[in-house]
Design a protein around this ligand. Structure first.
Ligand SMILES: Nc1nc2c(ncn2[C@@H]2O[C@H](COP(=O)(O)OP(=O)(O)O)[C@@H](O)[C@H]2O)c(=O)[nH]1
Ligand SMILES: [Mg+2]
Length: 359
């Protein structure tokens, strides 16, 4: 089942439900003891799927309440699909942090959408609009890009970058917990030597997860910490090395130069690493997150995004904006502060969480 069908089914009860409902006064049909749907229920999804969906649903409560409520209010008002309708829809999308460019693109596409003009009921109308929003996730996305990649040889190195407070250290702590639990050998590198307390924070996460942390002297050169960690990871057979970095230096140029130096240090030892350079963004900052992403993307070669604090945001639409404007895959999402509040990005679960209250 496609993503959209799944959402539609969850919201409206079935892919073709309201459009082609047949008259059920046929004798033969009435004689059938039960509907095929009831006779053959879909198999129970795997435990992990259920957990992920529950996690998203919970984590996206605020987003879906905000976004869903607005969309519902909008639909309650609408009379005809006219210019006002499109203007208001565009405004609503912008307010939901879908982003100006994206909101305009969606609205323009909808203007040309014959299905929308023909939609008779509010349900149909909602479905068409959601279909367009979901299509945005799937645009420019390839299945292979959607997940964290692992290198063929040990260690796999992930470099985490992003401004202070975005959630880098927390995400590393959560991921270390996950990998450790799965039986992998994990090493952390505390290369945020600029901010007081940053090293101790990562060490606390390391202790909690039961994985070692490579640190340097206070105010050590971050690249030297990364050098030590990379050598250790390679010689001692670690599966993963997760590198924490500073989010702020004296100025932006310094920060970008430092990230570049860290990157080169890793490559000197392991030319194919880091496998992923992940920009961590605070999802609750809405459009600001989009601007940061554009900023980092210009100077650091990013392979994906981690969107944190989705649980605290009433404007989860920013994922749409980032996806549409930067073409970078969201690989992980942070849905809370606990070690287990980290999920692989899953467009289906995300969209279901987002549109949960819409029906
Ligand atoms: N609610 C929520 N809080 C988060 C999430 N990720 C991080 N935080 C909190 O955000 C704050 C900053 O996180 P931190 O990892 O220190 O950010 P860093 O400066 O990028 O390393 C901390 O108080 C975290 O507990 C998340 O997914 N949800
Ligand atoms: Mg940190």
């Amino acid at each position: 089942m496609g993503l959209f069908d799944k959402i539609k089914k969850s919201l409206f009860g079935g892919p073709d439900d309201e459009i082609t409902k047949p008259e059920v006064n046929n004798k033969d049909e009435a004689a059938v003891p039960s509907e095929p749907n009831e006779a053959a229920p879909e198999p129970e999804p795997a435990a992990t799927t259920t957990n992920t969906e529950a996690l998203y649903e919970q984590g996206l409560e605020k987003t879906s309440a905000g976004f869903g409520a607005r969309l519902n209010a909008f639909f309650a008002q609408f009379r005809t699909v006219d210019e006002d309708f499109f203007d208001e829809l565009e405004e609503l999308l912008i307010e939901s942090d879908v982003g100006f460019e994206t909101a305009q693109a969606v609205t323009d596409q909808l203007r040309d959408e014959a299905k929308l003009q023909k939609a008779k009921s509010r349900q149909e109308l909602k479905a068409v609009i959601i279909e367009k929003l979901v299509a945005l996730y799937e645009d420019n996305a390839s299945e292979a890009d959607e997940h964290l990649r692992r290198s063929a040889t040990k260690p796999t190195i992930y470099l985490f970058v992003g401004v202070n407070g975005a959630g880098k250290t927390t995400t590393i702590g959560k991921l270390a917990t996950r990998y450790q639990k799965a039986g992998h050998k994990v090493l952390l590198a505390a290369a945020d030597t600029f901010r007081a307390g940053a090293v101790a924070q990562l060490e606390a996460w390391g202790k909690r997860a039961g994985v070692p942390v490579v640190t340097g002297e206070p105010a050590a050169d971050p690249a030297s910490v990364v050098y030590d960690a990379t050598v250790k990871a390679q010689t001692e057979g670690y599966d993963y090395l997760l590198v924490d970095t500073a989010g702020r230096l004296q100025n932006k140029a310094n920060l970008m130069a430092e990230l570049d130096k860290i990157n080169r240090t890793i490559k000197k030892i392991l030319p194919a690493e880091p496998t992923e350079t992940l920009l961590v963004l605070d999802g609750s900052t809405g459009q600001n997150a989009l601007l940061q992403a554009k900023d980092f993307d210009q100077t650091t070669k990013l392979t994906g995004l981690v969107l944190t604090k989705i649980d605290g945001s009433s404007k989860g639409g920013v994922i749409l904006a980032i996806r549409h404007e930067l073409k970078l895959p969201v690989k992980l999402v942070g849905l809370g502060e606990k070690p287990e509040d980290l999920a692989d990005f899953d467009a289906t679960s995300y969209a279901l969480g987002l549109f949960h209250d819409l029906a």
